[in-house]
Design a binder for this molecule. Structure first.
Ligand code: SAM
Length: 207
């Protein structure tokens, strides 16, 4: 595991645009979790690396991760972002607009992930980013693998879950669900999978 100096250095290394900083401040004010800066910059890099034109996000929040994805995506790419809380999406819409993202580049769907994801098209997406309810990670991963095109990238946030996933003695429900999702992905021979210790952990798998 990285030491504290290294963690601070990695976190400070990620440069955020003003709109992302403001979205993060909104998240703090509303007590809504937001993606850590280093994890956000990882999303931007991944989106740029695959030239992402179509991305699905579960857990819009105030738009921190959405801004990071949009910053790396193809200039005509479309982000589809799902959140059960309409108010969170209103904050994200403001953040995207402030960042100068035209409305045609994002589709905000207010609803429960497990009701919305099954309605999206098979193999149509370059990236699926999951950052919603931890207890639904298993089902969301299954849906994500259906949605991704071959070569598409799955990213699971909070994969280390405050150190609890690595702690064998921790048997909280969220921890168990995340841990099982990680091992299920690791075991699949059709995926290339890695676990990155940025933010609270990103599981990245290429289909
Ligand atoms: C960790 S926050 C997302 C933060 C966001 N990705 C960001 O970086 O700004 C989790 C979000 O998931 C949403 N959420 C919780 N349960 C959900 C569900 N069952 N379906 C869809 N969204 C859900 C919450 O309303 C919250 O906005």
């Amino acid at each position: 595991m990285t030491n504290q100096n290294t963690e601070q250095f990695i976190s400070g290394f990620a440069v955020e645009p003003d709109a992302a900083r403001q979205a993060r401040e909104r998240a703090e004010q509303g007590d809504i979790p937001a993606l850590a800066p280093a994890a956000a910059s990882t999303l931007t890099v991944l989106a740029r690396a695959v030239g992402a034109k179509a991305v699905v996000e579960v857990g819009t929040g105030t738009g921190v991760s959405g801004l990071a994805l949009l910053a790396g995506m193809d200039p005509e790419g479309v982000l589809t972002s799902v959140d059960i809380e309409h108010e969170h999406q209103a904050l994200a819409r403001t953040a995207f607009t402030k960042f100068g993202v035209p409305g045609r580049r994002f589709r905000l769907i207010a609803g429960a992930a497990l009701e919305v994801l099954p309605k999206l098209t098979d193999e149509a997406y370059d990236i699926v980013f999951i950052d919603g309810d931890k207890l639904e990670y298993g089902e969301c991963v299954e849906e994500a693998l259906r949605l991704l095109r071959p070569g598409g990238v799955l990213v699971l946030n909070d994969a280390l879950w405050q150190g609890k996933v690595a702690d064998d003695t921790n048997e909280e429900d969220e921890t168990i669900v995340i841990r099982e999702a990680l091992y299920a992905l690791q075991e699949r021979e059709d995926l290339a999978t890695t676990l990155l210790p940025v933010g609270d952990g990103l599981l990245v798998a290429v289909r």
